[in-house]
Design a protein. Structure first.
Length: 365
């Protein structure tokens, strides 16, 4: 069974793709984004997958890759096109190479034009392909900077992508209109830049007159991506190995969920109970009801939290608690919107707290 997820980074409109082989538990990520590494690691953990490799479709100019950071956290190998010139790569990829994850494979096709190192990854059964910035949904990648070559892109699309089966699904590295997937047949017929009977001359004329703004991140992203996302040498020397986890909270043993919430389990909360503020967001009758409440917990019902958040100290972390963990997860969002930085949700709420035998005040025995 193939596990497939399409993930999105709003600031750069970048798609990251997770492909996993369920029987073996091995997975790869295509085009990870540095700022989304925490999200990606959380998803891998929740799906029970081990990341074996990160794959780049090209050297990006609009975001910094998460490849190096993911390698620090998961031990995954970094794979980039051979023509990229990138350093810190574990495996350089070229035409007809094969990337294996468990019992599944991705076939590598060289598709230069946007950059010299652009690659398209084709799943072993040719049911889907990941085209990077070569072929977009009803569009094509830019050719006006970073080794762009309109003729090379035209050949890449016609010889390497349009030769795939008509029903092969195509997934680009970006989309700026909310579109998510297309197919070979659709693009061959409807793509206004390169579909139908459009010739190389037509395509060249179209691409030369796009008049697009210069990428805002290019001066930062390209040098960083030529290091596979690794920080500058002097910066890394100062921070050392901790660089890979410098964005994670250190005030308690927390786990980041794919839902975007920092979680703490009952044992972790009991260990840090004297340091944190325990916020119970249930209704008053629940607070004094059969489940009881945690010692020193402060009651502010969820419906009142936005207006009463000022009653909480900003100098101590907050752990939100409810019956089962749903309302308290929402409470962490409300607190973050109110400017609180150190907040977490008690996983499983009072139900798990009591089930694991932790002490309560009140309630029924």
């Amino acid at each position: 069974m193939l596990v497939f997820r399409q993930l999105f980074d709003p600031p750069s409109s970048t798609y990251t793709y997770l492909l996993g082989d369920r029987p073996s538990g091995q997975a790869v990520l295509i085009d990870p984004v540095f700022e989304q590494v925490r999200r990606d690691v959380a998803l891998l953990g929740e799906l029970g997958l081990k990341l074996v490799a990160t794959l780049e479709t090209h050297v990006h100019a609009d975001h910094v890759t998460g490849a190096w950071l993911l390698k620090q956290r998961t031990g995954s190998r970094i794979m980039v096109g051979k023509a990229s010139g990138a350093v810190g790569v574990d495996r350089h990829l070229s035409q007809d190479d094969v990337v294996q994850f468990g019992g599944r494979r991705l076939m590598v096709r060289a598709t230069p034009g946007h950059t010299n190192s652009c690659l398209t990854y084709v799943l072993d059964d040719r049911s889907m392909a990941f085209t990077g910035d070569c072929l977009l949904i009803r569009g094509a990648g830019r050719t006006d900077f970073q080794e762009g070559d309109t003729a090379a892109m035209y050949r890449s699309i016609h010889e390497q992508i349009f030769t795939l089966p008509d029903d092969c699904l195509l997934y680009p590295a970006h989309d700026y209109r909310g579109l998510t997937v297309t197919s070979v047949a659709e693009e061959r017929r409807f793509n206004p830049r390169i579909g139908g009977e459009i010739s190389l001359g037509d395509f060249t004329g179209y691409m030369k007159n796009l008049r697009l703004a210069h990428p805002k991140m290019i001066d930062i992203a390209v040098p960083a991506n030529l290091r596979c996302g690794r920080p500058e040498i002097d910066e890394a020397a100062e921070s050392g190995p901790a660089d890979a986890t410098r964005l994670d909270p250190s005030w308690a043993p927390l786990r980041y969920s794919f839902a975007g919430v920092w979680e703490i389990d009952p044992h972790g909360l009991e260990e840090t109970a004297g340091v944190v503020q325990i916020l119970d967001v249930r209704e008053p009758e629940e607070f004094t009801g059969p489940l009881g409440h945690i010692q020193d917990a402060r009651l502010i019902p969820l419906g009142e939290l936005a207006e009463r958040a000022g009653e909480l100290s900003r100098d101590r972390p907050i752990v939100a608690v409810c019956r089962a963990g749903g309302r308290s997860a929402q409470a962490t969002v409300i607190l973050q919107q109110a400017g609180f930085k150190e907040v977490a949700n008690l996983t499983g709420g009072m139900l798990r707290w009591r089930a694991e035998g932790h002490p309560v005040e009140g309630g029924s025995t």
